[in-house]
Design a protein around this ligand. Structure first.
Ligand code: 0O2
Length: 270
């Protein structure tokens, strides 16, 4: 098959990956905009390389001339990876996926409850997704891998070793990887135990960051409509309050700025 043809075949998969990365990132943003904790920490995606598609198809006994069969059997041509901070976030992400109208679940593979022999842990959802192309809609399969940061660390390292040893990792290295996988499980459990603490700290950091950015937006808006000397005084006041590190004072200061901006009709649309 011509390489040119492969580009055309993979084009809808590229589109699916691009669209889904945007959509999942938007879910993360929606949570954060609502000042809520997001079970999604990071989203990435890739289209499998032609070499890997052919290799996998061959491994599954598919005739390499039969593109329909390749597309049906190689379920991860389009791959999305969603990274969570905590293990319990994984179920929340899976629920989000189950409830989406644009994804129809074909299969779920739970390698969290029961890890693979290698020690690999992750939750996989194989789903149908439709992209609109100039030739009409194309329904294709995507594989969504959901795992914690710690699980992702392990699988990234293990994957590169698989690549290095071409799938034949020496027994002593395998042994080490299994014990590292156990350590990853332990790490995720320990993190779960202090989840509330960690979330409180992150929420408070995020709230502070947003507050400061609100104040600076207000100052910027006032700058274009109010008396310059007055704005300079406001800015000096802001730095003074900022250096106290007192969040309540900052919040009150921001409320005053909101009112001032309202008086000057200087508020911007969000
Ligand atoms: P790449 O380079 O990530 O694209 P199955 O038909 O169910 O027997 P299949 O289709 O391989 O097997 O599905 P599975 O087992 O769910 O694996 C799909 C993907 O999950 C793999 O894609 C890997 O990304 C990841 N994965 C599965 N097992 C392991 C493992 O032991 N270690 C690591 N690091 N990742 C794993 P590919 O095609 O292997 O590769």
């Amino acid at each position: 098959m011509e390489i040119q043809l492969w580009r055309k075949i993979l084009d809808p998969y590229n589109q699916a990956v691009d669209e889904l990365v945007v959509k999942f990132n938007h879910i993360k943003k929606e949570f954060r905009d609502e000042r809520l904790y997001s079970p999604i920490e990071e989203v990435s995606g890739r289209v499998k390389r032609i070499y890997s598609i052919l290799e996998k198809a061959q491994r599954k006994g598919v005739d390499l001339n039969d593109i329909n069969m390749i597309e049906a059997k190689v379920e991860d041509i389009a791959g999305i990876r969603i990274i969570c901070q905590f293990e319990e976030d994984i179920n929340k992400v899976v629920d989000i996926i189950r409830n989406r109208a644009d994804l129809e679940i074909k299969q779920e593979k739970d390698y969290i409850t029961e890890s693979k022999k290698s020690g690999y842990r992750s939750y996989h959802v194989i789903a149908y997704y439709t992209v609109e192309t100039i030739n009409g809609p194309k329904k294709l399969e995507v594989e969504i891998q959901i795992r914690t940061l710690a699980m992702n660390f392990w699988s990234t390292i293990e994957h590169s070793l698989q690549y290095k040893y071409k799938g034949n990792i020496p027994p002593e290295v395998k042994e080490r990887l299994l014990s590292a996988a156990q350590a990853v499980g332990y790490l995720d459990n320990e993190m779960a135990a202090v989840r509330e603490e960690i979330m409180d700290a992150q929420n408070s950091n995020r709230a502070k960051t947003l507050l400061v950015s609100d104040i600076l937006t207000n100052i910027e808006n006032l700058y274009s409509v109010a008396n310059q000397r007055e704005v300079k005084k406001i800015q000096d006041e802001f730095y003074k309050i900022f250096s106290t590190g007192n969040q309540e004072l900052l919040a009150r200061f921001n409320q005053q700025l909101d009112m001032l901006a309202e008086n000057h009709k200087a508020q911007t649309y969000q």
